[in-house]
Design a protein around this ligand. Structure first.
Ligand code: SAM
Ligand code: SF4
Length: 328
């Protein structure tokens, strides 16, 4: 469906849980345990109802995220049901990859199309430090298995100054060698992200251009592919090309092309990543409203999406949730 600015909204990101098996320093502080209570989190049946209504309103792509979506029991069955909804042509997850090897077979059988795997360092000690004890070998195994199973894989990388900026070219080489897209995401001032200084897309691109030939600029991918601006770089000595995505909410606002709506795990239908505006669907789903009434409320929430985020400004109605509660 179209929103009030004539943007086609066809993509819903659903956070299945605010819990996670890692503690990335810019996302979830170490020792953080202020999680929602079980009864505050939408049940899988409630999530399915929202997805079903979404599909009836023209949402054809769903992404499950978190927290860590693979720690939510029942995700496999939910993916199967959502993929089976009329009109749905893509179901994806964003994951840290730790539990992917043990679940990938069922996920593939149940219709998972794409997986974005987050990885900020290839170095065992550094990965442990960034994630508070994660095992990078498990993530690398997850990447290989996803490729093997024919699931489209992209890597999400956040570069933090003074932490992992010396690995930018390692990620470019990884893209060349594995033939997968690597997307550098600018750190956003959300939750703990405010305490870190990231690198802008422009700065990262300069580093890559010192060693690779920039061959063409693919313009922003279609709505279905989200807000990354993809660029290709050529490695003359290896004769290989890498595809690198830049997601730049800070340096390059992509709101005019926004095609998405977000559902937090506690049932808040969030109109924009930045603003605290939207609708408490949990109250609607657990209240007296009929299915058709709930559908009208969801339609109205999507229609009234704000024009743009404003990460640069300090305003009262900015969302104070952590990224792990929103799902990125
Ligand atoms: N646990 C899953 C994962 O790590 O992929 C899914 C949820 S995580 C919140 C989704 C993405 O958000 C990850 O790629 C993570 O690096 C990114 N992220 C977390 N906090 C961020 C921040 N403040 N700014 C930019 N990206 C952030
Ligand atoms: Fe967990 Fe993902 Fe946040 Fe890392 S970025 S703490 S893996 S939710």
């Amino acid at each position: 469906m179209k929103d009030n600015l004539d943007r086609e909204i066809n993509y819903m990101r659903i956070s299945l849980t605010d819990r996670c098996n890692l503690r990335c320093s810019y996302c979830m502080p170490s020792g953080y345990n202020n999680f929602f209570k079980e009864e505050e989190v939408l049940t899988l049946e409630e999530i399915y109802t929202v997805a079903k209504i979404g599909s009836e309103l023209g949402i054809n792509k769903f992404r499950f995220t978190g927290g860590e979506p693979l720690v939510r029991e029942g995700i496999e069955e939910l993916i199967k049901k959502v993929k089976g909804l009329p009109g749905v042509n893509e179901v994806a997850i964003t994951t840290n990859g730790i539990l992917l090897p043990e679940k990938i077979k069922t996920l593939k059988e149940n219709g998972l199309d794409r997986v974005n795997i987050s990885l900020d360092s290839f170095r065992e000690d550094r990965f442990k430090n960034i994630t508070h004890n994660g095992d990078v070998k498990k993530v690398l195994k997850a990447i290989d298995m996803a490729i093997e199973y024919g699931i489209e894989v992209s890597l999400n990388v956040v570069i933090v100054k003074g932490k992992n900026q010396d690995e930018i070219m390692d990620f470019v080489r990884f893209s060349e060698d594995k033939g997968i897209k690597v997307r550098f995401i600018e750190i956003m001032p959300i939750g703990k992200g405010k305490d870190f200084i990231g690198m802008t897309s422009g700065e990262i691109e300069e580093v890559i251009k010192e060693e690779r030939t920039y061959i063409e600029e693919e313009t922003r991918k279609s709505n279905l592919r989200g807000p990354a601006l993809y660029k290709s770089f050529y490695n003359e000595s290896k004769g290989k090309t890498s595809t690198i995505g830049f997601i730049s909410p800070i340096s390059n606002c992509f709101c005019s092309d926004c095609n998405r709506i977000r559902l937090t795990c506690d049932g808040f239908l969030k109109q924009c990543l930045h603003w605290n505006s939207g609708t408490d669907l949990r109250a609607i789903l657990r209240g007296e409203k009929t299915y058709e009434e709930a559908k009208m409320i969801i339609k109205d929430t999507i229609y009234n999406k704000p024009t743009h985020h404003n990460f640069g400004e300090k305003k009262n109605n900015v969302d104070i949730r952590f990224m792990s509660q929103i799902g990125g």
